[in-house]
Write a protein that binds this ligand. Structure first.
Ligand code: F0G
Length: 351
């Protein structure tokens, strides 16, 4: 009876729900804030990881989806639709099941990780692979929801942002104040918008004494906000953030400027280096896009932009199991042995 109840029940007074709202939840949120020892040593700061891969469908999207599906149910929707690079669709598919709704998902053909496709399939979503990128999928999803009886659950739906802001609440509740710096990967820019909203709400009500500087990182091949222009053909191995025209672009700029932060880019090589460091040295397995936050922190630290002694939170947005190809690629093949202890001990270097 002491289980975490999900973000709507835990933060009910700060979310747009009423007593009669039919809450659709998988008990999302309440995710671990894990001290990062190696990152703290490297930066001279107190670095924490907000491990959002611990959510029910393996990404932070569940925080927004519990709100979006709850609201859709309240409004009597029978079907929901989203465009996705994979995690939103996995989450929408799962929460639609809980709500007894049909889900339709539009994904860029050939550009979503296998685990995410598996989730949408097993939850019974109607999946269309669109011959285009995420931005094309979102255009199509908007058009369909405008003209047909289907509710849009992308983060352009403002209740998604409301749900996602609860991650900032959890961090302040845990640390006793906001961190000095909060670092995030940026794709469609909904999450940086949501965290900033959460932090400013808590600061405005005096629950936090300060607000953090917001640092966002895009993948170099998909960095429209850094470039200041739409990227027509975005590319990166971090498929979750392969987005060339973020829907919440203006809100991301506001979060950056109001917080005194910045939005920069990291290369795929830097992303993979951080991905491996997180797994091999912090014990936290994330998907490549999630490692963009940590890659960005390391890049900033190496450039001398991180003063020691600060409290820093990096959100790692999705579980490594979503996209295990990158864990296996380039790793040595495990050695095969017979059922023989002496041989096994020798191969393990124990003998
Ligand atoms: N990290 C992961 C693992 C994601 O799946 C996403 C976005 C982001 C970071 C970026 O967050 O878009 O709010 O700036 N994934 C969306 C999707 C686009 O369809 O699953 P953002």
């Amino acid at each position: 009876t002491h289980q975490w109840r999900g973000i709507i029940e835990e933060y009910r007074d700060r979310l747009p729900v009423s007593d009669s709202t039919p809450v659709v939840t998988l008990r999302e949120g309440g995710t671990p804030l894990v001290p990062a020892q190696v990152l703290s040593e490297r930066t001279g700061c107190e670095v924490h990881l907000k491990v959002e891969g611990a959510n029910p469908t393996g990404s932070f999207k569940d925080r927004g989806m519990t709100m979006a599906i709850t609201r859709a149910k309240e409004e009597g929707a029978k079907a929901v639709i989203c465009a996705s690079t994979g995690n939103t669709s996995a989450s929408a598919a799962a929460y639609a099941v809980r709500a007894g709704m049909v889900s339709a998902v539009l994904v860029p053909r050939g550009k979503i990780a296998l685990g995410k496709m598996g989730q949408a399939l097993v939850h019974g979503a109607k999946i269309l692979q669109v011959d285009g990128n995420f931005d094309d999928c979102l255009t199509l999803a908007r058009e369909l929801s405008d003209n047909y009886p289907v509710a849009l659950v992308n983060s352009v739906n403002p209740v998604r942002i409301e749900g996602q802001k609860t991650a900032a609440f959890e961090i302040v509740d845990m640390l006793g104040d906001a961190p000095d710096i909060h670092v995030l990967p940026v794709g469609n820019a909904g999450n940086i918008t949501a965290y900033w909203k959460g932090y400013t709400e808590y600061a405005g009500d005096g629950i936090a004494a300060k607000s953090p500087r917001m640092w966002g990182f895009q993948a170099s091949g998909s960095a429209p906000i850094v470039r200041g222009e739409v990227v027509k053909d975005p590319s990166t191995i971090a498929t979750a953030i392969r987005i060339g025209n973020p829907a919440s672009w203006q809100y991301a700029l506001a979060a950056r400027d109001e917080s005194g932060g910045f939005i920069d880019e990291v290369t795929d090589r830097e992303i993979l280096r951080a991905y491996r460091l997180l797994a091999a040295q912090e014990g936290v397995f994330v998907e490549p896009a999630s490692a963009a936050s940590v890659a960005g922190l390391l890049k900033a630290a190496e450039a001398g932009k991180v003063d020691p002694g600060q409290t820093i939170v990096c959100t790692v947005t999705g579980n490594g199991l979503k996209d295990p190809d990158w864990a296996v690629a380039g790793a040595p093949q495990p050695v095969t042995v017979p059922v023989d202890a002496a041989t096994a001990a020798e191969r393990l270097g124990l003998a």
